[in-house]
Write a protein that binds this ligand. Structure first.
Ligand SMILES: Cc1ncc(COP(=O)(O)O)c(C=O)c1O
Length: 377
C-alpha cells in the first residue's frame, strides 16, 4: 500500500460553496465568503482583525510593509524555518539575524534571543514549529523591554494554544497558512491577524493595492484612490468559499488529526524508550494541534537510510527545512555564528505521513516499518 506524505482532505461542501460564490456574481476579493471567514476567526480566537491573503507568504510581506522595514533594520528569526518567514523582510531591505533552535524542539531558543538584540533590531519572528507554541511570555517580555515588534509565523499553528490563549493572538501581528499541506486548506491561502489596532487601517490599504477601496466600500469615503504603497494581497472569494467549507469542519479535522498523532506516538514510544529515536517534545504551556508528526534520528546517514527503507515499503516520509543561515542565498550574509541545533534538525528530523484520511492500519504499518528498521538492521 502506497502511503503519500500528504493528501488534501475535502470536507464535502467545497464545490457547493464555490458554486454559491459564482452564483452571487461576486467572485473577486472581499465577497460574502471572505467576510464569513473573517468573522469566524475573529469570533473563535478573539483576534482583533483578520484579513485573508493569498498565502502566508503574502501575510508576512504585508507585515514587513506595515512595520516600515527598511535597509539596515535587523530582524531576529530562527534559521530552521521556511524561507518566507524571513524573505518577506529581506524584500524590504532587512538584515536577518538568525537565532538557533532550542534543544527540546525546533522552536527558536528564547534564551538566545536577548544577546542578538542591537540598536537596529526591529522585529522578532517566532515560528510555532509543527503548531507547538514558542514561549510567548519570554518573547513578549523581550519585545516590551527593548520596544520591538513581534510577528508570529503561525503558518502551521491554527487552533493551537499557549497557556490557553490561541497562537496568533500574542504578536502585534501573525501570519497563518492554508496551503494544501496544512490542517485546514484552500489550495494556496493565508491570513494576516492584526492584534495591534494601530495597524488595521493601513493593512486594509496595503492589501488593496495601496488604495482606500475598503473604506470606500464601507461608505466611509465617497471615492477611492492611491494613498500608500501596497499590492494585491487579497484572495478571490472562490478561495474563501473553499476555506469556509473547511472551517465548518475544523473541530472534526482537529480531532481526527490528534487521534492519528497519538497513534504514531504510542506506536513509536518503545523505540524512544530504547533510545533509538526521539519523539516530539511538547512543553507544558503548549497544546498540540497535530499539524505534523516528526521524529529525530541520530544523524543524517541514519535518516537517509530510514527514508530509503520506508520508500521501499512505499511510505513517503520527508525531511524538512535546511538551515537558512547556510543557504546559498544567505550564507555569505550570515555573521559566521554556528547554529548547531538548527543544523541538527536539518539533518535528523523526519516527518511521517500525516493527513485526515490516514487509517489506523496505515499508521501501524508505518510504525512497524520504522521498528523493523531499528530492531532488525
Ligand atoms: C513556517 C512557515 N512559514 C511560512 C510558510 C509559507 O506559507 P505559504 O505557502 O502559505 O505562503 C510556510 C509554508 O509551509 C511555513 O512552514
Amino acid at each position: 500500500m502506497h502511503i503519500p506524505f500528504n493528501k488534501p482532505y475535502f470536507t464535502g461542501n467545497e464545490t457547493q460553496y464555490i458554486r454559491d460564490a459564482v452564483s452571487s456574481l461576486k467572485i473577486s476579493g472581499d465577497g460574502l465568503f471572505t467576510k464569513k471567514c473573517h468573522d469566524f476567526f475573529e469570533k473563535k480566537y478573539g483576534f482583533k482583525k483578520v484579513l485573508l491573503t493569498t498565502s502566508c507568504t503574502d501575510a508576512l510581506e504585508m507585515a514587513a510593509i506595515l512595520l516600515n522595514i527598511k535597509e539596515g533594520d535587523e530582524v531576529i528569526a530562527p534559521s530552521f524555518t521556511f524561507v518566507s518567514t524571513v524573505n518577506a523582510f529581506v524584500l524590504r531591505g532587512a538584515k536577518i539575524i538568525f537565532c538557533d533552535s532550542g534543544t527540546d524542539n525546533p522552536n527558536i531558543d528564547v534564551d538566545a534571543i536577548e544577546s542578538l538584540i542591537t540598536q537596529n533590531t526591529k522585529v522578532i519572528i517566532p515560528v510555532h514549529y509543527a503548531g507547538i507554541a514558542c514561549d510567548m511570555d519570554k518573547i513578549m517580555g523581550l519585545a516590551n523591554k527593548y520596544n520591538l515588534f513581534v510577528v508570529e509565523d503561525a503558518a502551521q499553528a491554527i487552533d493551537s494554544f499557549y497557556k490557553d490563549r490561541p497562537l496568533g493572538s500574542f504578536g502585534h501581528m501573525a501570519a497563518f497558512s492554508f496551503h494544501e499541506t496544512k490542517n485546514i486548506i484552500s489550495g494556496e491561502g493565508g491570513m494576516l491577524v492584526i492584534n495591534d489596532e494601530r495597524f488595521i487601517n493601513r493593512a486594509e490599504i496595503i492589501r488593496e493595492k495601496g488604495t482606500n477601496r475598503s473604506s470606500f466600500f464601507r461608505g466611509e469615503v465617497d471615492k477611492y484612490g492611491w494613498v500608500d504603497i501596497g499590492s494585491s494581497f487579497l484572495p478571490s472569494d472562490m478561495i474563501a468559499a473553499f476555506l469556509f467549507a473547511q472551517i465548518e469542519n475544523l473541530e472534526n479535522i482537529q480531532n481526527k488529526r490528534k487521534d492519528i498523532w497519538l497513534n504514531y506516538y504510542n506506536g513509536l514510544k518503545e523505540l524512544e524508550d530504547k533510545k533509538y529515536i526521539k519523539l516530539p517534545f511538547i512543553p507544558e504551556y503548549a497544546t498540540n494541534n497535530a499539524h505534523m508528526f516528526y521524529l529525530q534520528c541520530n544523524n543524517l546517514q541514519e535518516r537517509t537510510r530510514l527514508i530509503d527503507h520506508l520508500k521501499k515499503s512505499q511510505i513517503n516520509a520527508v525531511f524538512h527545512y535546511l538551515s537558512l543561515h547556510k543557504s546559498p542565498y544567505y550564507s555569505s550574509k550570515h555573521d559566521q555564528r554556528d547554529l548547531p541545533n538548527s543544523d541538527r534538525y536539518s539533518d535528523c528530523l523526519l516527518r511521517l505521513p500525516m493527513f485526515y484520511e490516514l487509517t489506523k492500519e496505515q499508521v501501524k504499518f508505518v510504525c512497524d516499518e520504522i521498528t523493523n528498521f531499528y530492531l532488525h538492521h
